[in-house]
Design a protein around this ligand. Sequence first.
Ligand SMILES: *[C@@H]1O[C@H](CO)[C@@H](O)[C@H](O)[C@H]1NC(C)=O
Ligand SMILES: *[C@@H]1O[C@H](CO)[C@@H](O)[C@H](O)[C@H]1NC(C)=O
Ligand SMILES: *[C@@H]1O[C@H](CO)[C@@H](O)[C@H](O)[C@H]1NC(C)=O
Ligand SMILES: *[C@@H]1O[C@H](CO)[C@@H](O)[C@H](O)[C@H]1NC(C)=O
Ligand SMILES: *[C@@H]1O[C@H](CO)[C@@H](O)[C@H](O)[C@H]1NC(C)=O
Length: 197
Amino acid sequence: MAVSSRALSVVYILSSLFALSTCQNCSNFTFSKNRVFNSCIDLPYLDAHLHWNYISSTGRIELAYRASQTPTGWIAWAINLTGYGMPGSQALVAFQNSNGSLIAYPTQIRSYSPSLRPHALSFPVPYIAAEYANNEMIIFAVIGPLANDTTVNHLWQTGSSVSNDIPQIHQTTGPHVQSMGTLDFLSGKGLKLGENV
Ligand SMILES: *[C@@H]1O[C@H](CO)[C@@H](O)[C@H](O)[C@H]1NC(C)=O
Ligand SMILES: *[C@@H]1O[C@H](CO)[C@@H](O)[C@H](O)[C@H]1NC(C)=O
Ligand SMILES: *[C@@H]1O[C@H](CO)[C@@H](O)[C@H](O)[C@H]1NC(C)=O
Ligand SMILES: *[C@@H]1O[C@H](CO)[C@@H](O)[C@H](O)[C@H]1NC(C)=O
Ligand SMILES: *[C@@H]1O[C@H](CO)[C@@H](O)[C@H](O)[C@H]1NC(C)=O
C-alpha cells in the first residue's frame, strides 16, 4: 500500500505541475481581432502554445498555434492521426514570404527532409492565416473534421531560416526533437510526451 500511495502522490504532483505549466500563461493570452479560444496548452518545448475551440457539432477545430520566433524564421504545427513522429504527419507552416507577406499553408511531411511546399492534408483545412506580433509567429486555422477520435499525436517545430520561400531544416537536437505529444481536443488535456524521432 505504501508503494501505491507513493505512486499516487507522484501522479498528483506531476499532474499539479502539469496543470500549472499548461494553464498559467496561455489562458491569459489576448489575441487580435477579438479571437477567443476556450482551451489552451503551454507546450513544454520551444516556447510554444496551442489554443483551440472544439466545435462538437461539426467536429471542426478552430486553433491558434503561436511560438517565439524572429520575423525571418518559421513555425509549424502538425498532427498525425495514426502514428507517431514526423514522417506522415499533416502540418501547418508559417513564415515570411520573400515579398514581405507572412504566409501560412498546409503541407504534408513525407520524410525527414520534406519539401514543405503547400499540399492538401488528409482532412479539410477551411481556413488558415498567420500573424506576427510581440516576437511571436501565430498560425490561425480551422481544421477538420478529423477521423472519429478527438485525440491526436501532435508535434510542433520552429526553424530559424527560410530560403527561396521554403523553410529550411530545423535543429535536430534538444527541444527540437522532443517537441511532440498527445492531445485530446475534447477534454483539453495534453497527455503523454514522447521523443520526436
Ligand atoms: C508565465 O509568465 C511569466 C511572465 O511572463 C514567466 O516568467 C513564466 O515563466 C511563465 N510560466 C510558464 C509556466 O510559462
Ligand atoms: C490569468 O489566468 C488565470 C487563470 O485563468 C486567472 O486566475 C488570472 O486572474 C489571470 N490573470 C490575469 C492578469 O488576467
Ligand atoms: C502517421 O504516422 C505513421 C507512422 O509514422 C504514418 O505511417 C502515417 O502515414 C501517418 N498518417 C497520418 C494520417 O498522419
Ligand atoms: C506574397 O506571396 C504570397 C505567396 O505567393 C501571396 O499569397 C501574397 O499575396 C503575396 N503578397 C503580396 C503583397 O504580394
Ligand atoms: C470511424 O468509426 C467507424 C465505426 O467505428 C469506422 O467504421 C470508420 O472506419 C471510422 N473512420 C475513421 C476515419 O477512422
